[in-house]
Design a protein around this ligand. Structure first.
Ligand SMILES: [Zn+2]
Ligand SMILES: [Zn+2]
Length: 135
């Protein structure tokens, strides 16, 4: 058993993570707004090696606003966003917070791409935030 676990909405995909997260982030890039119903994505970063997945996962790869190739994985039946990663940073795995059983671990330490957020968007100005991709 892992330290953390999660699943998609329909339950066809389940997963576990054998380690603790290494970071959290909210992203208001335009791509994330497509997959998160107009909201920011909430991501929890893990080591790639911590992940074990059961069930078939579909994927879609595209170039991000920052110019990086991002692979997004999701349930092919219900469409729940599950994971994302980038060939440029192969050690790191993004797990979409909504799929995790314990969402308490997902309070975003930083918020990025605030420049493409709608004017009504709320984020914590007391915490680090950047208008685009951080260096
Ligand atoms: Zn599903
Ligand atoms: Zn994003």
């Amino acid at each position: 058993m892992g330290k953390h676990s999660g699943r998609c909405l329909c339950g066809a995909v389940t997963f576990s993570l054998s380690d603790d997260p290494v970071g959290t982030r909210a992203c208001w890039c335009r791509d994330c707004q497509y997959i998160c119903s107009g909201n920011a994505s909430l991501s929890v970063f893990f080591r790639q090696s911590a992940l074990r997945v059961t069930g078939a996962v579909a994927e879609f790869s595209a170039i991000s606003d920052a110019g990086n190739l991002i692979r997004r994985r999701f349930c092919p039946i219900c469409g729940t966003p599950l994971f994302a990663d980038a060939p440029a940073e192969p050690d790191y795995l993004i797990v979409r917070l909504g799929a995790l059983d314990n969402r308490e671990i997902g309070a975003p330490a930083t918020t990025i791409w605030t420049a493409s957020a709608p004017s009504w968007a709320w984020f914590d100005h007391e915490k680090p935030h950047t208008p685009g991709q951080p260096r």
